[in-house]
Design a protein around this ligand. Structure first.
Ligand code: PLP
Length: 448
């Protein structure tokens, strides 16, 4: 233990970047290992896996449409709007001197049906895949059947013999809990201390068992894994390592490609696309970015955003230690108002996948989450939860960092920024109750 601590201390002292991170300074980290010649075959993933996930979701579309009528308008696909937010662009340029050119869009996963967060992609997909595997194995359905059959009472009875466990800071639990309860599973969500009361209440209303921990997300996951192992009929959703979750998220890229085309947005070597996504353990931003790199290749530039108190992916990638390092190892608490991002140790799997694909990571102080939350409300009348508001740090400050400007020069884009499209990924917010919204809108915290 002591030896490892010494190792990490040396690492921090020898790295200008890690020293700043340890001091809770906001930074932009640029990934020196990015390599556009990537063939996207890493960690056993291939681009075809995304197609496979997309096909599976469309096999379930009838089922989803019947079980969740709110998905009717998208024919049973769980999808969100892509909306231009020009007034927010003006606000960023005015209040933060962002020098933002081109267009700014909001990808509104905050408003996804069923679970109201980005987790409605990965979480629901993983439970559907598990359900299909079980149902095919037991002969309950065939691949070319309409999966509506899964709503028959006998089939739901069948699934009630099986259980699901998941550890979560809130939103993953919501998405897994809601879909699992709908299918008929016994579902237990292990919630970390960060999880908001209203998320737990909502789940209990769906008949989900909620177990609360006073510790962080890592502990909730560990306990969930343990409980699941005790029951042979149980399935554990492993947010730290799951390839299935990751692929569910990655389908977003193919859907986005269609939306970009419909809105006549150009993406090519003269029209770069910048995407900014809040990062917790890494599955959601990693899966989406993997998909985006496969679809748009060197013309898309993906950035994550993490709180200064829990920049787990940043320290994992910068140190090369991936999930062998935690934010607590370098003296940070991991405690942040961005509950969805309150993760101390990154997914090692995602760190490896992103090694050559990610452009960089921004860190953000908590007080700014509420500033951006108000900015978006006042300019565009759209509400996002604090975690999701981290995304605005990207376009607000890309060109306020010297290394951001250098990055743009290094990829020969300085003269092309007026043609750029910036997409901020809104990862959650629709389900936040009215009283909590009001509270957020008037929250001002000191510069920390
Ligand atoms: C979970 C979550 C994220 C990040 O996803 P990870 O897979 O944990 O990296 C971002 N924003 C919100 C609102 C979330 O709930």
């Amino acid at each position: 233990m002591e030896l490892r601590d010494k190792g990490i201390n040396t690492l921090v002292n020898e790295s200008e970047i890690l020293k700043k991170v340890k001091n809770r300074e906001e930074i932009l980290w640029i990934n020196k290992d990015k390599n556009e010649k990537n063939d996207f075959k890493v960690e056993g993933l291939t681009p075809e896996d995304i197609d496979d996930a997309e096909d599976r979701l469309s096999r379930f579309s009838e089922y989803i449409m019947k079980a969740f009528p709110e998905t009717k308008k998208d024919k049973g696909l769980i999808e969100s709007p892509l909306r231009e937010i020009p007034l927010m662009k003006n606000t960023l340029n005015k209040n933060y001197r962002s020098k933002l050119e081109g267009k700014l869009f909001l990808k509104m996963d905050s408003h996804l049906p069923i679970a109201g967060s980005v987790k409605a992609r990965g979480g629901i997909y993983e439970i559907l895949k598990h359900t299909e595997d079980l149902a095919l194995e037991k002969g309950l359905i065939k691949k070319d059947d309409s999966y509506e059959k899964l709503r028959d009472p006998e089939v739901r009875d069948f699934f009630s013999q099986y259980s699901i466990h998941v550890g979560s800071t809130g939103n993953l639990g919501l998405s897994i809990g809601i879909i699992s309860a709908e299918i008929g599973y016994k579902v237990t969500v292990h919630m970390s201390a960060d999880a908001k009361e209203w998320k737990k209440d909502l789940l209990r209303n769906y008949g989900v068992e909620v177990v609360e921990y006073t510790e962080d997300y890592g502990k909730a996951v560990e306990e969930g894994r343990k409980k699941s192992l005790e029951d042979p009929n149980s399935y554990f959703v492993d947010d730290e390592n799951s390839k299935t979750l990751f692929l569910g998220y990655s389908v977003a890229a193919k859907r986005l490609k269609k939306q970009i085309k419909e809105q006549n947005i150009m993406v090519d070597k003269d029209h770069p696309l910048f995407v900014y996504i809040p990062c917790g353990v890494g599955g959601a931003p990693g899966g989406i970015s993997y998909g985006l790199k496969v679809v748009f290749k060197e013309n898309v530039h993906c950035f994550f955003v993490e709180p200064t108190e829990s920049p787990c992916m940043l320290i994992g990638m910068e140190s090369g230690l991936n999930n062998k390092i935690s934010v607590q190892d370098i003296g940070l608490t991991g405690i942040t108002d961005a509950d969805g991002l309150a993760v101390g140790r990154p997914s090692g799997f995602v760190g490896n996948v992103m090694k050559n694909l990610l452009s960089g990571i921004f860190t953000i102080k908590d007080f700014k989450l509420y500033d951006y939350l108000r900015d978006l409300m006042n300019s565009e009348n759209i509400f996002l939860e604090p975690s999701a508001c981290a995304t605005f740090e990207g376009p607000a400050n890309l060109l306020n960092y010297n290394n951001g400007i250098e990055f743009i020069k290094s990829i020969n884009l300085n003269s092309k920024m007026e043609n750029a499209t910036h997409i901020v990924w809104a990862t959650g917010g629709r389900l936040v109750p009215e009283d909590v919204r009001k509270e957020y809108l008037k929250t001002h915290i000191k510069n920390k």
